[in-house]
Design a binder for this molecule. Structure first.
Ligand SMILES: NC(=O)c1ccc[n+]([C@@H]2O[C@H](COP(=O)([O-])OP(=O)(O)OC[C@H]3O[C@@H](n4cnc5c(N)ncnc54)[C@H](O)[C@@H]3O)[C@@H](O)[C@H]2O)c1
Length: 257
């Protein structure tokens, strides 16, 4: 009788991962998926209590997990979270820059300027600050992989979402540039573009808006955080060894229309 260990249970053994926005939704599912693959995981979030609760639950299951408070709009805070990761688990190999916010829904000519600044600071500058401090640590560890969370709105417009759409387009450009810079140093950097996913990020949409979002996906449903985590895990794994600087959809057919 075969007692082979599933490949996914060992693919991240010996690796240390940092996931931002890991207290909730997609980031939480990614933290679970990397832990299932054998990684030590640092869950970093603005919501420190949520990150701590999630890390405690993972630790109780035998994962090497820890939580750290981070505000990705503050470069010093991000630097401290990377330092915490290296001090706690000895290195950094895998990073998922996932923390993000949606912002209000208003036409560009009426979009609140302070809201614009907040969304760009979190969803675009936050990804830059994260890579700015993660990449030297990943180089010091001898290489690794990064996934930046973009969106289907990283390549399409969406009425009412000027700041979010601009930030998510920017994440793809940032991803490609860093990927070109770091390929020869053994760091693979890619972006993921989820369709609309059932997470607390959609908490402000009412039933009518929810049905409209569902209708935009040919599969006739929204995605799950676990489905995004699966693609992210693939991109971080050695199975994606020739995947560099590209953008990968997980969108139930949204972008194929
Ligand atoms: N849910 C969707 O439909 C969807 C679709 C495409 C892309 N995304 C992207 O996926 C990522 C995760 O979204 P989600 O749906 O899981 O949302 P979520 O609201 O469930 O989780 C986001 C997490 O990010 C944290 N966060 C917010 N601002 C932060 C900051 N400044 N510093 C640190 N942490 C911060 C929050 O505390 C929260 O835990 C985001 O980048 C989002 O834009 C989501």
């Amino acid at each position: 009788m075969s007692t082979t260990t599933p490949e996914y249970a060992v693919e991240f053994a010996g690796k240390v991962a940092l996931v931002t926005g890991a207290a909730s939704g997609i980031g939480l599912a990614i933290a679970h998926r990397l832990a299932a693959g054998g990684a030590a995981v640092v869950l970093a979030d603005f919501n420190e209590a949520g990150a701590r609760e999630a890390a405690d639950a993972l630790s109780a299951d035998g994962t090497r997990a820890a939580a750290v408070a981070v505000d990705v709009t503050d470069p010093d805070s991000v630097e401290a979270a990377v330092r915490f990761t290296v001090e706690t688990f000895g290195a950094l190999h895998l990073a998922v820059n996932n923390a993000g916010i949606a912002g209000p829904s208003d036409p560009t000519g009426a979009y609140d300027v302070a809201a614009w600044d907040r969304v760009i600071a979190t969803d675009l500058s936050g990804v830059f600050y994260s890579m700015r401090h993660e990449l030297p640590a990943i180089l010091a560890a001898g290489g690794g992989a990064v996934v930046n969370m973009s969106s289907i709105l990283g390549t399409n417009g969406f009425a009412g979402q000027a700041a979010y759409v601009a930030a998510k387009h920017g994440v793809i450009g940032l991803t490609k540039t860093a990927a070109v810079e770091y390929a020869e140093h053994g760091v693979r950097i890619n972006a993921v573009g989820p369709g609309f996913i059932e997470t607390p990020l959609l908490r402000d949409s009412d039933e009518e808006q929810h049905s409209l979002l569902v209708s935009l996906h040919p599969q006739g449903r929204l995605g799950t955080a676990e489905e995004v985590a699966e693609l992210t895990a693939f991109l971080l794994s050695d199975r994606a060894s020739f995947v560099q600087g590209s953008y990968h959809l997980v969108d139930g057919g949204y972008s194929a229309r």
